[in-house]
Design a binder for this molecule. Structure first.
Ligand SMILES: Nc1ncnc2c1ncn2[C@@H]1O[C@H](COP(=O)(O)OP(=O)(O)OP(=O)(O)O)[C@@H](O)[C@H]1O
Length: 176
């Protein structure tokens, strides 16, 4: 992967059965063998990667995210985020399916697998490794922030707060 800070990948999902039923048409196509997409007949856009409807979860993960997990274990920071209109496939790409089942796992499953196996390898190879893995899983939807790992989240409201330096974080306010 080239040594640049930000890379942008575009993924075009297949039409859903209900869309086929309603005779929806495909309007975005990946130009074969390239990282470009054609919108309509003549509007060409270039990205670092472009994935079409037949590209699977593993292909997306291996080319866009897997190299970052290696960097992470070497002490670098990495961020992956999905952006797109509702129904475009963000949840599927990040969390879709489970590894080892018919539908391959999304990025979160793959990162968890690779992260722990890389840490395990480091330990086996005699590197003294102390690693702490923390996970949080939040949803921000219509201005409401929810902790998706908290089974009792319905009783709690999370607030986004800024410290004096302008860094953001969240805090929980329990509603009695
Ligand atoms: N690459 C894909 N292959 C097959 N099905 C897909 C793919 N991407 C998305 N889908 C399906 O398309 C539908 C919408 O996808 P998804 O829920 O991931 O969208 P979203 O961007 O997360 O939407 P929202 O912003 O509303 O949460 C789901 O039924 C999902 O299973």
């Amino acid at each position: 992967m080239a040594d640049v800070c930000v890379r942008v990948a575009l993924r075009v999902r297949p039409l859903l059965p209900k869309e086929v039923l309603h005779n929806h048409q495909v309007c975005v196509r990946v130009v074969p063998g390239s990282a470009q997409v054609m919108l309509g007949l003549d509007r060409l856009f270039s990205f670092d990667h472009a994935f079409g409807p037949t590209d699977n979860q593993d292909e997306v993960y291996e080319s866009c995210v897997q190299p970052l997990v290696g960097s992470l274990v070497r002490g670098c920071n990495a961020t992956v985020f999905c952006y797109g209109q509702t129904g475009s496939g963000k949840t599927y790409t990040l969390g879709g399916g489970n590894r080892g089942t018919l539908v391959a796992g999304g990025i979160i499953d793959c990162v968890a697998d690779d992260l722990f196996s890389l840490l395990g390898e480091k330990r086996k190879s005699g590197d003294v490794v102390e690693a702490t893995v923390r996970v949080s899983y939040m949803e921000l939807y219509t201005e409401v922030l929810r902790d998706l790992l908290d089974l009792h989240a319905i009783h709690k409201e999370l607030h986004i707060r800024e410290d004096e330096r302008g860094n953001t974080g969240n805090s929980v306010c329990t509603l009695d």
